[in-house]
Design a protein around this ligand. Structure first.
Ligand SMILES: [Zn+2]
Ligand SMILES: [Zn+2]
Length: 129
């Protein structure tokens, strides 16, 4: 049997709006289209460093209980934009951000699972999976 192709995670059209800063638009083989802001992508950067960072923040947020997390990181964080983006083979895109971070490689598989729309949230990020 050939490997089944998940059409939900196969892009048919990819547009990266680097110069306008509008983000990334992807159309998928199942007809769905996704839009990602660069800020959103930066926050969801899949590299080990950022993954670690998110886990630490989540742990911090969970440990203190009540109160807003403003005491933890009061410093100003400029909105991330993309300096450039390049395809990696036919499975991912790499984004070079204006804050100097460029180790994030976003596989299409990953991108579909972080699609910010409600139906993908239900489909890919519900607790039942
Ligand atoms: Zn990262
Ligand atoms: Zn979606």
């Amino acid at each position: 049997m050939p490997l089944p192709i998940d059409t939900r995670k196969k892009p048919t059209g990819i547009k990266v709006h680097v110069s306008t800063g509008a983000g990334v638009d992807i159309t998928w083989a199942d007809g769905h289209s996704s839009h990602y802001d660069f800020v959103y992508l930066r926050d969801n950067c899949p590299c080990a460093l950022c993954d670690d960072d998110r886990k630490k923040k989540a742990a911090l947020a969970g440990s203190e209980g009540a109160g807003p997390a403003t005491a933890v990181l009061p410093m100003f964080k400029p909105k991330a934009k993309a300096k450039s983006a390049a395809p990696i083979g036919n499975y991912a895109i790499q984004i070079d951000f204006t804050d100097g971070h460029s180790t994030g490689i976003y596989s299409y598989d990953y991108l579909r699972t972080i699609c910010p729309c409600d139906s993908c949230k239900l489909e890919f990020r519900s607790t039942t999976q």
